[in-house]
Design a protein around this ligand. Structure first.
Ligand SMILES: [Zn+2]
Length: 315
């Protein structure tokens, strides 16, 4: 892993025009198409520094980011592209915030929106050919990084199914890791069933092309001594989650696993695939990412403001 300084020195310089061109090509690979009527011709309109494309037939206006994970973001495209570049290295949102000079919250949101696009990309590509499976648990490494015994009690190890299709040279053609209790593991009615046979069966149903036809996938025994590519990839994933993030809780585990598998599956073409994901994958809101509101009531700001005013008078 390169040091912080060397990453900063090697960051590419993106121009807004180039980013727009790349996003245009990802969104409309065969030239502009009106999203409403599929008409191929448009006028260009500039509004509040944003490029808008107006359909010559139905007058519908659209932008490069409309309907994508970038929709509604006020962060410049150049920073989004830097974030995609940095995703190749798998760094934390904190480091990304420093490197591309945005707030931590913005970096976290960009990362999670990219992971959302990656999740959709992965859903469209089931495993194919000779499939290998491995049932593992995530959690032990994580617990070691947490000091609090209370946290250790609430964070139970998460069963995860690792599945892959490999080529003759044992390189991953496609790799998937799915948390059994997570959003992509199984349906809610059967959640909590961590029987490894049943979990592997459901994995095949949901993530292997042809589903049950591939039921005779090669299964590996879990354990830290395993030397197969699946064992090695799983241990690398756990190390990445522990060293870079100090461990990940069950809520977002699936998003991080998807990112890890995307990196290993796409290797040389990762940046191009990510740009294409951003041009074509549908949007997600902040609420959609963090889940429903918790029961905690928001702090009333009026109270804090009046306290500040009193302080000022005292000075
Ligand atoms: Zn139109």
């Amino acid at each position: 892993m390169p040091s912080r300084m060397s990453i900063r020195d090697s960051l590419p310089v993106y121009r807004e025009d180039d980013c727009e061109g790349a996003l245009f090509a990802a969104k409309w690979p065969n030239g502009f198409r009106c999203p409403r009527c599929a008409h191929p011709y448009h006028y260009e309109v500039s509004s509040r520094r944003r490029r808008l494309f107006e359909c010559r037939s139905c007058r519908h206006q659209t932008s490069l980011t409309a309907g994508t994970v970038l929709e509604g973001s006020r962060t410049p495209l150049t920073k989004w592209f830097l974030a995609m570049y940095l995703m190749q290295l798998g760094i934390s949102a904190k480091r990304m915030a420093e490197l591309i000079q945005v707030t931590y919250k913005t970096a976290w949101l960009i990362n999670h929106k990219l992971r959302h696009a990656i999740g959709q990309w992965d859903r469209d590509r089931p495993l194919d050919g000779a499939v290998q499976l491995l049932g593992e648990y995530y959690g032990y490494e994580y617990h070691r990084h947490l000091g609090s015994p209370n946290a250790q009690e609430t964070l139970k190890p998460q069963p995860v199914v690792v599945g892959a299709s490999l080529d003759e040279a044992d390189q991953f053609v496609h790799l998937k890791m799915k948390a059994v209790d997570g959003p992509e593991g199984n349906d809610t009615t059967r959640r909590g069933v961590s029987d490894s046979e049943a979990a592997a069966e459901r994995f095949v149903e949901s993530h292997v092309a042809g589903g049950l036809a591939a039921g005779h996938a090669k299964k590996h025994e879990c354990g830290h001594l395993g030397r197969t590519p699946l064992h090695l990839a799983w241990r690398e994933a756990v190390r990445w989650l522990s060293w870079t993030f100090g461990g990940i809780g069950p809520k977002h585990l699936q998003a991080y696993l998807n990112e890890f598998c995307f990196r290993l599956t796409c290797r040389g073409t990762l940046l191009a695939e990510l740009i294409e994901c951003c041009g074509t994958r549908s949007r997600i809101t902040y609420r959609g990412l963090v889940g429903p509101r918790s029961g905690i009531r928001p702090i009333k700001w009026g109270y804090r403001r009046s306290a500040q005013r009193r302080d000022r008078r005292a000075i």
